[in-house]
Design a protein around this ligand. Sequence first.
Ligand code: HMG
Ligand code: MG
Length: 293
Amino acid sequence: MADVVEIFEVGPRDGLQNEPVFINALQKIALVDGLAKAGLPRIECASFVSPKWVPQMADGSAVVSGSSRRASELYALVPNERGLQHALISPVQGICLFLAATEGFNRANTNISRTGAIERVKLLIDNFKNNTDGSIALRGYISCVIDCPYDGKVAPSGVAEIAETLFQAGCDEISLGDTIGNGHPDQVDAMLTAVKKRVPSRILAGHYHDTAARALDNIDVSLEHGLRTFDASIAGLGGCPYAPGAKGNVGTEKVFDHLLSRGFSILGDPDRAALARVGDMARSIVGRPLNAI
Ligand code: HMG
Ligand code: MG
C-alpha cells in the first residue's frame, strides 16, 4: 500500500494575510469551503492576531464561524493570550502558536525577543492545556528555520532547541518554516538532522515557502527524514508581512502532483479537479495570476 502524506492547507491564512486589498469574510469563507469540499483534511483558515499588525486577518471570528466544519478540521493562528481566548470561543478544531528561531524575526513579527517569545509560548501552551479538554489540537510553528531576513543564516541547533521546547510543552505537531523560501535541500537536511535528535519525525511538518522554487526538493529531503505532513497554499497564495520579498507557500496543486508522481497517496484523497477550481477562485479573489501549478 502507498505511503500516505498529508497536505495541510494554509492558503486562507498564510496565503491571504499579506494581501493589500481587504478580502471580505464571504470570499474567505467561499475559499475555505471550496478547499474543504475538495477533500483537504485540515485547513488553517484564520488568525486572531492584532488587526493593527495584520489588517487582512481582522475578521477571523466571522471566517471560522461561517466556514463549513463537516468535511475538514479548521485551524486558527494565535500570537498571545487574547488571540487564544478569541480562537477558543470560535468553533476551531486546532490552534496554531508561532515563534521564530531568530531574535530579529521575533522582534519584527511579534515585537518580542527570542527568549521572550519562548516564554510567551510556554505560558500560552499552559493556558491552552488548562482551558481545553484534549479535543482541540495544538500546532506550533517555528519560523526562519533556514535563514532570517534580519539575522541571516540560522544554526540548526537553535531550531532544534525551540522544537524540543514546543514538544516538551505539549504541542501535538511542529511545523518548520522556511519563511523566506530560499532554503536548499542540504540546509533542510542539516536542520532536520538536528531537530530529529530531540523531536520525533512523526510530529514534524514542513512549511516551505517557494521563493526560490526549491520547495519540492525540500519536501523530497524531508520525506527521506520521515516527515509526512507538508503545508501548502492553494495556487501558491501568499507571503509573510514581516518577511519582505518572501513568496507564498508551495502550491497545494504542485505538492499534490509531485507526491502522486512519487507514488505516495494523499490523506483524504483530495479531488484534483476540485483543487484546480479552487485555485481559479483564489486567483480571482486576489485579482492576479499566481505561480503555483
Ligand atoms: P504589540 O504591539 O507588541 O502588543 O503586538 P500590544 O499588546 O500593544 O497590541 C497592539 C494592539 O493590538 C493593541 O490595540 C491590542 O489591544 C491589540 P490598541 O490598544 O493599540 O488599540 N491586540 C490584539 N487585537 C486582536 N487580537 C489580538 C491582539 N493582541 C493585541 N490577539 C502582537 C504584539 C503579538 C499582538 C502583534 O505583534 C501581532 O499580532 N503580531 C502578529 C504578526 C503576524 O500575524 N504575522 C504573520 C503570522 S506568522 C507567519 O506567517 C509565519 C508562519 O507562516 C510560518 C513561517 O512561514 O515561517 C506561521
Ligand atoms: Mg508561512
